[in-house]
Design a protein around this ligand. Structure first.
Ligand SMILES: Nc1ncnc2c1ncn2[C@@H]1O[C@H](COP(=O)(O)OP(=O)(O)OP(=O)(O)O)[C@@H](O)[C@H]1O
Ligand SMILES: [Mg+2]
Length: 659
């Protein structure tokens, strides 16, 4: 046992965060700590870290337990050392010994005493036991895994942006190998390749790892236990996130049934009391029933989540048809070329997702679109375009001493308090929540305030950089709904595959310094990529086959055997093949449209199943689930057909010399 929480209770003033929470952490644990924004996950980690004192229960830690805690606060760390050196400070003792060794070497130059030599050899031995010779490599490997190039390792920490600094600090933390590693939303600062690297790296981690995350893909890969903070209690689940979802559904159903049974029981008892409390002969009995009812442990109803957004995010002024034209744009930072002689056009109604790995220049392009980044080339804004920009640093620019409502008023462009309150309701701040001070808000809550500010700015063109960071799954859905209702256009940068698939009607990628546009949704783009890869594979196969045939022909010639004579009636075969090809091509396009409609249905079902109204209604959910499985099967079948027809076409085309 590394760490044990026993009946822990903690509150902020009148607000209870956890009540009688128990949690045992053992070596090898991979725990996902989940819960909606503001339920107290970060607070709980702080409690474990000893930053808050609890009002009830106990926390026991193993002797000499080392705890590592990755969170936003780390950003206050400053250093002018290179990031490699910062990473290496994880090996505190080895670094110290290395310094000592350097000092001894210098001293030995003019002092050859035996004592000094012995000291030196002892230290050398110690350095070796501490694996000092490897620390540089180890630090470099982890930093590179988290996305730094080898050249960047020598650059001073202070020259990196906040997101990249967080990566350095994450590297240092995992190099320290604490017994319990607590990571509060690590993926907010990472792109897909480094997330995948982290997933692999932590697989073999010796200690226990606790991860707070709203990313279900990440959780599914990472954890073997889930602890949910829900209604001030800790609920423990075995398995990964998907297992949790299944189990949670079951528990919800049980809870709902238990709740309904209890309600029936209460109603019955109340009737009894009502009927008999005035009757002298039964009054005592009625009294005792009343007491029993008072003492009853009430089962809470399953909450079905907030209702759907019903507000319109209208825009004041319609912009012209073209919002922005970029042409002949080049942009580089030193030797690194981000964009080279490229262009693009953004039209009214565009909902563009800019995707791809970090470092490809997505945020830079977003700033170029906003006009805040100098470029060579042309950037021509359209008429009446009012843009607003959302990025991580918006969270920091919130006024900490404001209450939420005040903060919105200060930028609300003359909206009434009523309007602002209903808007805040959409952003999941209800009732007295709107009087909370920004200072005490959780990460997700702050993000929601900043997003609400961006949306009410009445801009007709929004630029959103990683808007789903910090947001729990429900809030992501809320944002999807809001963007769906939004009448303006937008460009967003996101690594969240689900979010992109639900919001964008165009996909942009930066490939070799060029902006590549795909007109379609993310699902269509994925399909397109898949097809392209398939085609390439086919082409390669074809080329290989041709090469082989050519080689065989050459071989045959060498042996002086006559090449096979052309088959008689080849023209007739050609015609047949031609007809067949046409038939297959027709079928191909039919299958394509079938596929796209199936994919559409699949997406719709996914969205529907994600809605509270569906997942709280067992019957409806089951129905959706069944339909979903059916669609999945159908998709599989059609995909197979698709590949078959594709193969046939390739073959025919090769025959006809078209490939
Ligand atoms: N010092 C404080 N005083 C009063 N309330 C606070 C204080 N700090 C945080 N809170 C409140 O406690 C709740 C829990 O905050 P916490 O940051 O732990 O949430 P979280 O679960 O980590 O949320 P998120 O998913 O958004 O990161 C929030 O509603 C927050 O407003
Ligand atoms: Mg948090």
């Amino acid at each position: 046992m590394l760490l044990a929480l026993q009946d822990v209770t903690f509150e902020f003033g009148a607000r209870t965060i956890v009540q009688d929470a128990s949690w045992h952490i053992v070596p090898g644990d991979r725990v996902g700590l989940i819960g909606m924004n503001g339920t107290g996950k970060s607070t709980l980690l702080r409690i474990i870290n000893g930053e808050y004192s609890i009002s009830g229960g106990s926390i026991n830690k193993a002797k000499n337990l080392s705890l590592g805690f990755f969170n936003q606060d780390l950003l206050s760390f400053e250093s002018d050392d290179s990031i490699l050196e910062v990473g290496m400070t994880a090996f505190e003792e080895a670094v110290k010994v290395e310094k000592e060794l350097e000092r001894l070497v210098a001293e030995m130059e003019h002092n050859e005493s035996e004592a000094l030599l012995n000291d030196y050899s002892d230290k050398l031995h110690l350095f070796e036991t501490l694996d000092g010779y490897n620390m540089r490599n180890k630090a470099a490997a982890v930093l590179e895994g988290l996305g730094f190039s080898t050249a960047a390792l020598e650059r001073p920490y202070s020259t990196f942006s906040g997101g990249w600094r967080m990566r350095v600090l994450l590297a240092r933390l995992i190099l320290q190998q604490p017994d319990v590693l607590m990571l509060d939303e690590p993926t907010n600062h990472l792109d897909l390749p480094s997330i995948e690297w982290l997933e692999r790296y932590l697989q073999n981690y010796g200690g226990a790892v606790i991860i707070v995350s709203h990313d279900r893909y990440f959780l599914d890969k990472m954890v073997n236990k889930v602890v949910e903070l829900y209604q001030q209690e800790l609920h423990h689940y075995a398995g990964n996130y998907s297992d949790y979802e299944v189990e949670k559904d079951m528990r919800r159903e049980l809870q709902q049934r238990a709740y309904e049974n209890q309600q029936d029981y209460i109603r019955q008892q109340e009737k009894f009391i009502e009927r008999f409390k005035a009757k002298a002969s039964k009054a005592a009995q009625a009294q005792s029933v009343m007491k029993r009812l008072d003492k009853l442990d009430r089962i809470e109803q399953v909450d079905s989540g907030p209702s759907k957004i019903r507000i319109n995010f209208s825009v004041d002024k319609q912009p012209g048809k073209i919002l922005l034209t970029l042409s002949d744009v080049s942009k580089s930072f030193g030797d690194i070329k981000v964009l080279e002689n490229t262009g693009a056009e953004i039209n009214r109604g565009d909902k563009i997702a800019l995707i791809g790995a970090n470092g490809k220049g997505k945020s830079t392009l977003l700033r170029i679109i906003a006009g805040t980044e100098p470029i060579t080339g042309n950037r021509i804004p359209g008429h009446n375009v009012i843009s607003s920009f959302y990025a991580q640093h918006q969270l920091e620019s919130l006024n900490l001493d404001d209450e939420i409502l005040e903060e919105l008023k200060s930028s609300g462009g003359g909206r009434t308090e009523m309007e602002l309150r209903s808007l805040l309701g959409c952003f999941l701040f209800n009732g007295d929540d709107v009087f909370k001070k920004i200072r005490i808000l959780s990460g997700g809550e702050k993000a929601r305030v900043a997003l609400a500010k961006t949306i009410i700015s009445q801009a007709n063109f929004m630029l959103l950089d990683e808007p789903t960071n910090h947001l729990d799954m429900l809030s992501v859905q809320m944002l999807i709904d809001a963007l769906d209702k939004y009448e303006g256009s937008f460009v967003l940068v996101s690594h969240d595959r689900y979010f992109v698939s639900q919001t964008a009607n165009k996909i942009w990628e930066i490939v070799d310094g060029e902006i590549k546009e795909f007109k379609g949704t993310y699902a269509e783009w994925e399909e397109h990529k898949r097809r392209q890869a398939l085609r390439e594979a086919q082409a390669n196969q074809q080329a290989a086959a041709e090469k082989k045939a050519a080689a065989a022909a050459a071989e045959a010639q060498k042996k002086n055997t006559p090449a096979p004579a052309p088959v008689k009636g080849a023209g007739a075969i050609d015609k047949d093949a031609q007809k067949e090809l046409q038939k297959q091509q027709k079928q191909f396009s039919q299958i394509e449209s079938q596929l796209s409609s199936l994919n559409g249905r699949k997406q719709k079902l996914e969205a529907e199943m994600g809605e509270p109204a569906t997942y709280s209604d067992q019957g409806k959910f089951k129905q959706c689930e069944q339909e979903y499985a059916q669609v999945g099967k159908e998709l599989e079948r059609v995909n197979q057909q698709y590949e078959k027809v594709f193969d046939a076409i390739m073959e025919l085309e090769a025959k006809l010399g078209k490939a």
